[in-house]
Design a protein around this ligand. Structure first.
Ligand SMILES: *Cc1c(COP(=O)(O)O)cnc(C)c1O
Length: 217
């Protein structure tokens, strides 16, 4: 495992699915990883990363961004409205827009700041009570609501339930995106990114398969 192995597997999955080389963006999920591991992946030339906490990302990325050219970081974890401004300053995309109140806050700040990250709306495809995201049945209305705020909606994101077949969730997300004319699909992690690519993922979020297991100790 490691970066070059994951890049090879993505290229193969693109080819197997008849998709153009380079049509899938690899987000290297660096949350909780030791800085040396993140730096090694930067040294290998990778430039797109994912973090799930605003505070943690603010603690490490400004410094890396000053040392390495062309780095982008995407927020893939839940966002509280009171951290929205900080998030919009640091991240080039937010994958976790999951409720109207957050969308209206982002819209207000976007006006004020004159810029807005790319947005992905999170859908709770497994309808799990503990998970963020709008329910599949509410997705069309939510997408319309966020678009009406004149925000840059790039696509949809999901995190399938751990114990279910991920492909069913990826297919559902792809279907909701398609009927709403959205092309971005943020889906697939270390254990299932190839299936996600087969079903149309444009952004895969891969952490442990690149960096090794996270040590939360
Ligand atoms: C941590 C995380 C990932 C990466 O998970 P791995 O299994 O390590 O690849 C992907 N997406 C989200 C939303 C995450 O929080």
């Amino acid at each position: 495992m490691g970066l070059s192995d994951i890049r090879d597997r993505i290229a193969k999955a693109e080819a197997d699915a008849g998709r153009a080389p380079g049509s899938v963006e690899l987000i290297a999920v660096s949350k909780v990883q030791p800085l040396e591991r993140v730096e090694a992946v930067l040294e290998e030339g990778h430039r797109l990363f994912g973090e799930n906490k605003v505070q943690e990302a603010r603690g490490k990325w400004p410094e890396f961004m000053s040392r390495f050219e062309g780095v982008s970081v995407h927020l893939i974890g839940p966002l509280q409205t009171n951290k929205a401004r900080q998030a919009m300053e640091l991240f080039s995309a937010i994958h976790s827009v999951d409720r109207p109140k957050l969308a209206t806050t982002i819209a207000r700040l976007a006006q004020e700041m004159g810029q807005c990250p790319d947005l992905f709306l999170q859908v709770n495809t497994g309808e799990e009570p503990q998970k963020a995201g709008v329910l599949p049945a509410e997705a069309d209305a939510f997408i319309a609501e966020v678009r009406a705020l004149d925000l840059p909606v790039k696509g949809l994101m999901c995190i399938p339930p751990a114990e279910e077949t991920p492909s069913l969730h990826f297919a559902l997300l792809a279907k909701i995106a398609e009927r709403n004319g959205l092309t971005g699909l943020s889906m697939g992690m270390s254990s299932d990114f190839e299936e996600a690519i087969a079903l149309g993922a444009t952004h895969v979020r891969v952490g442990s398969a690149i960096f090794g297991e996270r040590d939360y100790g």
